[in-house]
Design a protein around this ligand. Structure first.
Ligand SMILES: [Zn+2]
Length: 119
């Protein structure tokens, strides 16, 4: 049995949709910053090196955002097929508090920390 009630499930679904929108917008807004540094562009007091460091940070952030977005999409698919809220490792309930903090979490705390310990 799923410990999440209908209301909690609906709420987490809204959270997932909101997060997805937020991250998609983030990716859209940062796409300009991820472009190769232009030689012609006036970059003011930023040196070219700074601009390139800035750019690689933006790209790293974009990768992180894309990975999170992928997890959110997967969580939405699990939600649609009534598998949402269960750990993909041990199939135990992930728990509302953890999902509320991280609605796209595919693992319970135990499996997550096992993964991290094992690398
Ligand atoms: Zn687990």
């Amino acid at each position: 049995m799923n410990e999440l009630n209908k209301q909690q499930l609906a709420e987490l679904h809204q959270d997932l949709l909101g997060l997805r929108k937020e991250l998609q917008e983030l990716l859209e807004n940062s796409s300009a910053g991820a472009q190769p540094v232009s030689l012609d562009e006036p970059i003011g007091r930023l040196s070219r090196m700074d601009a390139m460091q800035q750019q690689s940070m933006v790209q790293a952030n974009r990768r992180t955002t894309q990975i999170r977005l992928t997890r959110i999409e997967a969580a939405l698919r699990r939600h649609a097929s009534d598998e949402y809220g269960f750990c993909m490792g041990c199939e135990e309930e992930i728990g509302y508090a953890r999902l509320k903090a991280q609605p796209e979490a595919p693992f319970c705390i135990d499996c997550q920390s096992n993964k991290e310990t094992r690398g």
